[in-house]
Design a binder for this molecule. Structure first.
Ligand SMILES: [Zn+2]
Length: 213
C-alpha cells in the first residue's frame, strides 16, 4: 500500500488516498505537531503534542471540501494537540519532503458542530484547506500571518460552504460563535473576516441575501 510509484504525481495521489484513509502507518508515525511550523491556528493559541488518525467523518468532510473547490492536492489530516484547527506542513509516512497537513481538535469541532450546526465545523476545516489552496506554505512565522492570508483562507471557506449548500448564516456561524467566546489575537477582526467569508460565499453561488449579523 505504501510502496512508491515511479511517477511523482501517482505517488502523491496514492499518498493522499492512503493518508486520507487513515492507513499507511500513520499511527506508527507518532509525529508531534509542535515540531512543525504552524501556518494557521483558526482562533489562535499554541500547539500541543501528539497526533492521532482522523475520524472517518473528518476525512469525508475534507474530501467534500476539496471536491467542492476542485482542489486536487493530497492533504494529510490528523486529530491533534491544537486548540482548534491548524494548517501546517509535515512529513508523510514513507515519503520524502513535507506535505500539506491539517490538524484539528476533535472536541472543539464537535462542540462547534453541536452549537452551530454541521457547516460551522466544516467551515473551519475549509478555512484550513483554504490556506493550502492559497499556497500559504511559504509562510514561516507561527501565528503571524498577514491578515491578507487569513482573509484569503476565509474567502475559500465561504466559497466551499456555498458550493456545499450552506446559507450565508451557516457559512459564518463558526466565526460568530468563536469571536463571541474568545475573540482572537491572531486573526483579523470579526467584521473583516465575515466579509471575506461572504465574498467567497457569493463567488461560490450562495443564494439569497447575505445575513451577517
Ligand atoms: Zn488561518
Amino acid at each position: 500500500m505504501c510502496e512508491h510509484a515511479m511517477d511523482r504525481r501517482a505517488v502523491l495521489q496514492a499518498a493522499g488516498s492512503a493518508m486520507l484513509a487513515g492507513i499507511c502507518g500513520i499511527t506508527g508515525q507518532a509525529a508531534n505537531a509542535q515540531f512543525f511550523t504552524v501556518l494557521c491556528s483558526y482562533a489562535g493559541g499554541t500547539v500541543g503534542a501528539g497526533l492521532a488518525p482522523p475520524t472517518q467523518y473528518a476525512v469525508e468532510v475534507l474530501n467534500g471540501i476539496k471536491a467542492a473547490i476542485n482542489l486536487n492536492i493530497p492533504i494529510q489530516i490528523f486529530q491533534g494537540g491544537v486548540p482548534n484547527a491548524a494548517a501546517t506542513l509535515m512529513p508523510a509516512p514513507g515519503l520524502a519532503g513535507l506535505f500539506p497537513t491539517i490538524v484539528y481538535n476533535n472536541q472543539f469541532l464537535n462542540a462547534l458542530h453541536n452549537a452551530g450546526g454541521p457547516f460551522a465545523a466544516k467551515s473551519v476545516l475549509a478555512h484550513e484547506v483554504g490556506h493550502h489552496a492559497n499556497n500559504d506554505t511559504a509562510w514561516v512565522k507561527q501565528f503571524q500571518h498577514p491578515w491578507a492570508k487569513e482573509l484569503a483562507a476565509d474567502f475559500v471557506s465561504g466559497l466551499a460552504m456555498a458550493k456545499l449548500g450552506a446559507t450565508s448564516d451557516e457559512a459564518t456561524q463558526a466565526l460568530k460563535a468563536m469571536f463571541s467566546i474568545f475573540g482572537s489575537p491572531s486573526h483579523p477582526d470579526t467584521p473583516r473576516r465575515l466579509e471575506a467569508v461572504i465574498s467567497g460565499w457569493k463567488e461560490g453561488g450562495g443564494k439569497g441575501a447575505p445575513k451577517i449579523g
